[in-house]
Design a binder for this molecule. Structure first.
Ligand SMILES: *[C@@H]1O[C@H](CO)[C@@H](O)[C@H](O)[C@H]1NC(C)=O
Length: 256
């Protein structure tokens, strides 16, 4: 990433727009770097908790978000369309291309570097640290960092929403993956098959939601509300004989 530092003065001159979190659909300014290697193997895992991104269907079209965009995990699963800003950088921007990525990770601040000389992910900068193959769709490798314009877009996913049940008795940690539409979850409840009541779940970390209710041995239903307000009830998506560590696919999906 030596190229990134060499270009710091140039980037500084851009006068980066410190855009607020992308709530609307307008194009906003940010910058983008890459990580994780040419095969994106270094992007597996990540602060949203999706684990193996190939197996989960996210592939190499993924990004880490800076503090300003990550929202403490609330943005996990959101999709962004990025274009390299060729008006600002003709050298390292590839022309006429865009790439759409899903937020799967957090790009932490590094307080020992100024935000205009390498601390790209420091608040309040909006910044995308993208999986290298996704970044190379729009940027030339040697550039290291590129100016981008971006907007939130609907996530297109194959198949239904999936749930992985982890944790232990009295602590169910449920990872929700493959969420289409807005991609990010606002609220979630669980209902055991022996209970008449929905119990609220809380975001634990990333796309993991937890419940402290004793649910072992019961079938599980989830009621999920995504950030555009759509709600789906995934009735009995988890059968009563589930074990911790198992994943379950629904055949329901949010609208784009
Ligand atoms: C922060 O940046 C400094 C200087 O480049 C580097 O030595 C250090 O490893 C970085 N810290 C983290 C946590 O990445």
């Amino acid at each position: 990433m030596a190229g990134a530092y060499a270009r710091a003065a140039f980037v500084l001159a851009l006068g980066c727009a410190l855009a607020a979190v992308a709530a609307g659909q307008e194009w906003l300014r940010a910058h983008a770097t890459f990580y994780g290697g040419a095969d994106a193997s270094g992007t597996m895992g990540g602060a949203c908790g999706y684990g193996n991104l190939y197996a989960q269907g996210y592939g190499t079209r993924t990004t880490a978000l800076s503090t300003a965009l990550f929202g403490d995990g609330a943005s996990c699963g959101q999709c962004y369309k990025l274009v390299c800003d060729r008006k600002t950088d003709r050298t390292w921007c590839k022309p006429g291309v865009s790439v759409t990525v899903t937020a799967t990770n957090f790009c932490p601040p590094n307080w020992s570097i100024p935000s205009d000389r390498g601390g790209w992910c420091n608040p309040p900068r909006p910044h995308f640290d993208m999986a290298q193959p996704a970044w190379e769709k729009i940027g030339v490798y040697r550039g290291g960092i590129i100016p981008v314009i971006y907007k939130r877009v609907s996530c297109v996913k194959k198949g239904g929403v999936r749930f992985a049940v982890n944790g232990h008795d009295y602590f169910n940690l449920v990872l929700v993956t493959n969420v289409a539409g807005p991609g990010s979850i606002r609220a979630m409840d669980v209902r055991g098959s022996r209970s008449p009541d929905w119990m609220p779940m809380a975001r634990n970390w990333g796309a993991n939601w937890h419940s402290l209710t004793y649910l072992t041995g019961q079938g599980l239903s989830f009621r999920v509300t995504v950030t555009d307000g759509q709600t789906i009830v995934f009735a009995n998506v988890v059968p009563p004989n589930w074990r911790f560590g198992q994943s379950f696919a629904s055949n329901l999906q949010f609208k784009l």
